[in-house]
Design a protein around this ligand. Structure first.
Ligand code: PLP
Length: 408
C-alpha cells in the first residue's frame, strides 16, 4: 500500500492498540460506534485535572479564568475545524444525540405547526429519526421518509418530489452508519434552499472521515459527537446558522443560559450560551481540543484517502469469500462494510469473529427502520479508522472464513 502517513507512528499514539484480546493483538473495527483515543487526548484530560480544574464562566480567580479561556479556545478550534463563520454558531453538547434532540425540540417549537412536514430518510440512526417522529406527532405535523435504492443510495428525485410549501426542514445523515453511503448532501441542500427550506446534517459519521466545511456545504445545522472523532465520551457539537439559533427558544433552562432572572420572568443569554445550560463537560472539551489538533496534524484529506484504500482493500478481500453479501455498495462510501455471511445470524458471526480477536459490531446499529426495509435481521459491520491496516483486514478475512467453516 502507498503509505500516505506513518502508520506505525500513528498506532503508537493509541495505547489501547497494544492490548491483547484472547491472547491475540486487538483488531478494532468498531470505530463507527466509538473511536479509540490517542495519548494526546488522554494526556489533555489528565493535564486539565492536574493543572486547570475549575468551573468555567463564573469566577474572577486565576483557575476559573484559565479554564474559561481554554474552553472558549476550543470553541474557536471547532469553528476553524468545520469552517463556521463565528463561534456564536458553535454549541457544545454531550453528543450528536443531544444536538439532534436540541434542534428537534427547539426548532419544532419555533417553526413547526399542525399540517407541516419534515423530511428525513430511511437510513437514519434512531437519534436522527425518533426526535423528529415524536416532535412531528406532538405538533400534529407529518414525518416523510425517503427510501433508498439497491446500492443504499438516496433518490434525489424522490426527495425533490416530497418537497412542498408544507416542508419545514430536511434532516438527514451526512454518512450512513449502517451502509457507509456518503449522501449527496450538497445537491440536497441546494435543492432545499431553492424553496427556503433549511437542512440539518447528522454528521456523527461524517466528521471523522471527511473534511467538513459547513459554509461550503451551506447546511443550516451540523451535529456530531466527540467520541467518534478520537475525543472523549460526553462531548459533542451543534453547529447552527445564527439566523435560526437566534430565533429558536432555549432547550434546557438553568444556570449559564440566563441573562437576568426575576421572580416573574427570565431573560436569556446570547448565543451560544443560550443553549448551554449548566456546568458543561470541561475536561471532555479539553480532550476534544487535543483531538482536533491531532486530526489537523494528520490532515482530514490524508485520513479520507488512507481510509478509502482500506475500504477498497476490505471490499475486494471480503468479496473473495463465498457467501458474503454486502449491504451498502454506494458509489460514494465512507470506510465501513456491512455484510452477512450466508444465512448465519449476525450475532453468531460476531461472536466467532470476536473470539478471533477482531471487534466488529452486529445487529441493527440503531437503525431499525432501515434494517426492516432491507428485510434482514441485522448486519455485521466492520468500520475502519486511520490507525487500521490491511494486515488487520486480513485477520477479519480469516475470522469470516472460520465462521463459514463452523456453519457449513
Ligand atoms: N447519528 C449517527 C449516524 C450515528 O452513527 C450515531 C451513533 O452511532 C449517532 C447519531 C448518535 O451518536 P451518539 O450516541 O454519540 O450521540
Amino acid at each position: 500500500m502507498n503509505m500516505i502517513f506513518n502508520i506505525e507512528k500513528i498506532r503508537a499514539d493509541f495505547p489501547i492498540l497494544q492490548r491483547q484480546i484472547y491472547n491475540r493483538p486487538l483488531v478494532y473495527f468498531d470505530n463507527a460506534a466509538s473511536t479509540q483515543k490517542p495519548r494526546q487526548v488522554i494526556d489533555a484530560i489528565a493535564r486539565y485535572y492536574e493543572h486547570d480544574n475549575c468551573n468555567i464562566h463564573r469566577g474572577v480567580h486565576y483557575l476559573s479564568v484559565k479554564a474559561t479561556e481554554d474552553y472558549e479556545e476550543t470553541r474557536r478550534e471547532v469553528r476553524d475545524f468545520i469552517n463556521a463563520k463565528n463561534t456564536r454558531e458553535i454549541i457544545f453538547t454531550k453528543g450528536a444525540t443531544e444536538s439532534l434532540n436540541l434542534v428537534a425540540s427547539s426548532f419544532g417549537r419555533q417553526y413547526v405547526a399542525e399540517g407541516d412536514e419534515v423530511i428525513t430518510t430511511i437510513m437514519e440512526h434512531h437519534s436522527n429519526f425518533v426526535p423528529w417522529q415524536v416532535m412531528c406527532r406532538e405538533r400534529g405535523a407529518v414525518l416523510r421518509v425517503a427510501g433508498i435504492n439497491e446500492q443504499g443510495e438516496l433518490d434525489l428525485a424522490e426527495i425533490s418530489g416530497m418537497i412542498s410549501e408544507k416542508t419545514r426542514l430536511i434532516a438527514l445523515a451526512h454518512v450512513s452508519n449502517v451502509l457507509g453511503t456518503i449522501n449527496p448532501v450538497k445537491e440536497i441542500i441546494s435543492l432545499a434552499h431553492l424553496h427556503n427550506i433549511p437542512v440539518l446534517l447528522d454528521g456523527a459519521q461524517g466528521i471523522s472521515h471527511l473534511p467538513v466545511d459547513v459554509q461550503d456545504l451551506d447546511c443550516d445545522f451540523y451535529c456530531f459527537s466527540g467520541h467518534k472523532m478520537y475525543a472523549p465520551m460526553g462531548t459533542g457539537v451543534l453547529y447552527g446558522k445564527e439566523k435560526y439559533l437566534e430565533e429558536m427558544p432555549p432547550y434546557q433552562l438553568g444556570g449559564e443560559m440566563i441573562r437576568d432572572v426575576y421572580i416573574d420572568h427570565t431573560t436569556f443569554n446570547e448565543l451560544p450560551y443560550k443553549f448551554e445550560a449548566g456546568t458543561p463537560n470541561v475536561e471532555g472539551v479539553a480532550g476534544l481540543h487535543a483531538a482536533i489538533l491531532y486530526l489537523k496534524e494528520i490532515g482530514m484529506e490524508n485520513i479520507a484517502a488512507y481510509e478509502d484504500q482500506l475500504l477498497r482493500y476490505a471490499t475486494a478481500r471480503l468479496s473473495e469469500i463465498e457467501g458474503v453479501r454486502f449491504y451498502g455498495t454506494a458509489a460514494h462510501k465512507a470506510s465501513l462494510v456491512s455484510f452477512l455471511i450466508g444465512d448465519v445470524h449476525p450475532y453468531d458471526a460476531g461472536m466467532i469473529i470476536d473470539k478471533m480477536g477482531v471487534a466488529v459490531r452486529t445487529g441493527h446499529h440503531c437503525a431499525m427502520p432501515l434494517i426492516d426495509f432491507m428485510k434482514i435481521p441485522g448486519t455485521v459491520r466492520a468500520s475502519f479508522a486511520f490507525y487500521n491496516t490491511e494486515e488487520e483486514i486480513d485477520q477479519l478475512v480469516i475470522a469470516i472464513r472460520k465462521v463459514r467453516e463452523m456453519f457449513s
